[in-house]
Design a protein. Structure first.
Lengths: 226, 541
């Protein structure tokens, strides 16, 4: 949590507790892929490859991939959508590690990203064992969330965390990579009402947050809960 | 060689580019093609010198290689390894450097303000940092030239710094830009919409005007946003410059006379295949920005220069500066849809100068930001590492967020530095380590800037506000000065130690104010070129 500078008047983050396990904002009927004829070909092909050419698992062991799948589902749950509308995340993390893709930097106290994932997944299981005496994948959703919170708070039990700063792993590896993959997928753009690729058409409704004629207005499902 | 590169929908650069043999010395070998190297190459070529630019990145065709997609912009960035540390480790990669013909100008937001006259005299006025070896007046004609050549659009007159106005009309702002404007107006804070930014509001040569697609940081497919790729490099090529792409410099060798003889580099022949080459040159210019420049110099060790090239002062890599770039965002009940229109579209410099009522010296600007979804998610991740449905709900509000950013001056300090790490890159070359801390004045300034930004958002009607720490715009690692023991280069970017070596990028900046650095880097490059021309005419180069 970022401590706000002292003497600031900041309204507290509004948290619905417990979180409602369904979307609270809907752009009903919005499907950004219906706009693909208006996109330039390079962008269109890139997005289509992202949707259809999901890479195989080549880096993680089957057990690691299972743990990672369970972890990713806690980060951004997708159980509200039918299986064919779920965004593949684990294969792209695996692809990054397999091809040793990095973003140009790492912290001086962190291992390389592929090693960090491997070490971190071991740490997730060690924390689960220390707390619940069972591997992470065998825990209930609520128990898994307890383990995740131990990691996010920075001092989970487990030998792996001696070599891997837990908070940095959580924010700069897990959250960052999962969100980078999830919010690169058109299904997430439908979810948040993002207009997506915009060349050569551009945008013309620039004022008052208006939608373009092909965009959809939001419907809020949380009016009673707010 | 034949170039065949789209620079805009109306502009296919279909030109014969001159090629120089590597074993015959060219007049100038320039490492880097960004805001410094790109402008310097164009000027020197026009003045009749033979110029080869070594660019680590590749050509990016606006139609085939650039995309309207956040994660697809990855090929524009410097993704090779760097190590980061200190109390406030800098996030490098995408935000802070580019690896493509045109350097990071290809993916910068294109805010193009000038420094203020006071920026050149911090030691005299505030007793901190150092004065520059040049005055604002020395750079002013070059600012004017760059504002016409980039070009820069914005208000006229412009209310801050030395009085001036912009040659081209301001660009329309989107709803996200109006957040900053509305908040400032509510509080009575002067604010300007539509500039100063390097994005054309009308057709400029073969560059159409902006279409408000909002992907400025992903490379402008329209060609309306400035980069040296569209502003200066085509003209440089017209005047005989060779841009040699895919060439990563790793050593600047020195001859027996203490002069550099050229540049050694790895050239990518095709994917995954490289060969070592050496370009001979009468003069070498290092223009690789504030991390790669000191890395190259520190890696260029020899018997004569055991601590790295041009480093008798011990200051190569020292005084690494960033600018405070704290992003502050709020949730508004109304829709913002911040992905529309360029992120750079409005700013205030009302708090730029030292104010005796503050508990710190110098100041900050506040500018529009407008992150796309992935960048927005990363901000949420860092501010509050929530997960699960809470995270999904936070991002469902994407279209209700409006974001503005502090751009705060961070003072140079020798305890912030770039050095050589133990790790190596894919070529086996030792990579850079960047060490960054905040000191007391920086912390106070940032606190004030964040507080002011939160007030502005609340005045604009934000229902809840958030912020994250960000740092951008690296500078200062080969600073210019008047004394060889306390600086690396003179006011014309020439190394004190090696007479035929120049450094011409953000690393020479003594301070960097609260203004985005690209325009200043280009203005310094243009001034350096004029000095080189005049010195050569006097046979004094």
């Amino acid at each position: 949590m970022n401590p706000h500078p002292e003497n600031l008047t900041v309204s507290p983050r509004e948290i619905a507790a417990p979180a409602i396990e369904r979307p609270i904002v809907v752009y009903a009927g919005y499907n950004v892929m219906n706009q693909q004829d208006h996109w330039d070909e390079a962008t269109r092909q890139l997005i289509l490859r992202r949707i259809h050419d999901v890479p195989p698992i080549r880096f993680f062991s089957p057990a690691e991939a299972q743990t990672l799948t369970a972890l990713v589902e806690r980060v951004l749950p997708q159980g509200d959508r039918p299986p064919d509308r779920r965004i593949p995340i684990v294969p792209w993390i695996d692809d990054r590690c397999f091809r040793r893709i990095i973003d140009g930097w790492r912290f001086d106290n962190m291992p390389a990203e592929d090693e960090a994932w491997r070490l971190g997944l071991r740490g997730v299981d060690q924390a689960a064992q220390a707390h619940f005496r069972r591997p992470f994948v065998d825990l209930t959703d609520d128990q898994q969330d307890v383990v995740v919170r131990l990691i996010a708070d920075g001092s989970p039990p487990g030998a792996a965390w001696q070599y891997l700063p837990a908070q940095r792993f959580w924010i700069y590896v897990v959250l960052r990579q999962v969100c980078s993959i999830y919010y690169a997928h058109p299904i997430s753009w439908d979810e948040i009402g993002f207009g997506g690729p915009a060349y050569p058409r551009g945008y013309s409704a620039l004022n008052h947050g208006y939608p373009e004629p092909w965009e959809v207005r939001e419907v809020r499902l949380d009016e009673t809960s707010r | 060689m034949r170039l065949h590169v789209n620079l805009s929908p109306n502009w296919l650069l279909d030109a014969e580019m001159r090629e120089y043999p590597t074993d015959e010395p060219v007049d100038f070998c320039i490492v880097g093609t960004g805001a410094g190297g790109g402008v310097l190459a164009q000027r020197l070529a026009r003045y009749g010198f033979s110029v080869v630019c070594l660019e680590a990145g590749q050509w990016m065709d606006s139609e085939d290689d650039m995309v309207s997609d956040e994660s697809g912009a990855r090929p524009l960035y410097w993704n090779d390894l760097r190590i980061t540390g200190g109390n406030e480790p800098l996030q490098l990669g995408a935000n802070n450097s580019g690896k493509t013909v045109g350097g990071s100008t290809v993916h910068y937001a294109a805010f193009c303000p000038r420094l203020h006259p006071s920026d050149f005299r911090l030691r005299t006025l505030d007793g901190v940092a150092d004065d520059w070896p040049m005055s604002y007046g020395d750079l002013e004609p070059y600012y004017e030239a760059m504002e016409r050549e980039y070009p820069v659009v914005g208000p006229s007159p412009f209310p801050w710094g030395q009085p001036h106005g912009y040659p081209y009309a301001p660009l329309q702002s989107g709803t996200a830009g109006h957040v900053l404007i509305r908040g400032c107006m509510e509080l009575g804070i002067p604010v300007v919409p539509g500039g100063p930014i390097g994005i054309t509001s009308g057709t400029f040569g073969k560059r159409p005007h902006c279409i408000f697609r909002g992907f400025c940081l992903q490379g402008c497919k329209v060609g309306s946003k400035h980069s040296t790729l569209v502003s200066h490099l085509p003209d440089a090529i017209d005047h005989g410059t060779e841009i040699r792409a895919g060439c990563l410099a790793f050593d600047v060798p020195v001859g027996h006379d203490g002069r550099v003889t050229g540049v050694r580099y790895y050239r990518t022949i095709r994917d995954g295949h490289d060969q070592e080459e050496q370009q001979r040159a009468r003069f070498v210019v290092v223009a690789g920005y504030a991390i790669e420049t000191p890395r190259l110099l520190l890696n260029s060790r020899s018997a004569r220069f055991p601590d790295g090239l041009a480093n008798s002062s011990g200051l190569v890599g020292r005084r690494l500066m960033a600018q405070a770039g704290q992003v502050v965002w709020g949730r508004f009940d109304g829709m913002i849809r911040q992905y529309k229109a360029p992120p750079a579209c409005a700013e205030t410099e009302e708090f730029y100068e030292t104010d005796p009522r503050n508990d710190f010296v110098r100041g900050y600007a506040i500018q529009s930001v407008s992150p796309l979804p992935i960048a927005m998610a990363h901000m949420i991740n860092e501010e509050s590492p929530t997960f699960g449905w809470e995270l999904r709900h936070s991002m469902e509000e994407y279209n209700h967020y409006g974001a503005i950013g502090v751009l705060g001056e961070i003072l140079p300090d020798e305890r912030n530095y770039v050095s050589i790490a133990d790790a190596t890159d894919q070529y086996g070359i030792p990579v850079a380590y960047a060490h960054f801390n905040l000191f007391e004045n920086d912390k106070r300034l940032i606190r004030a800037g964040v507080r002011r930004s939160l007030e502005i958002l609340e005045a604009a009607g934000a229902a809840e506000v958030h912020y994250v720490d960000r740092y951008a715009h690296l500078a200062g690692t080969c600073c210019m000065g008047t004394d060889p023991s306390t600086s690396v280069v003179d006011q014309y970017c020439r190394s004190w130690d090696v007479p035929n070596l120049f450094i011409c990028d953000g690393s020479v900046m003594v301070t960097q104010g609260a203004a985005n650095p690209a325009l200043t880097i280009s203005a310094i490059a243009a001034r350096t070129a004029d000095h080189i021309r005049d010195a050569a005419a006097r046979r004094d180069l």
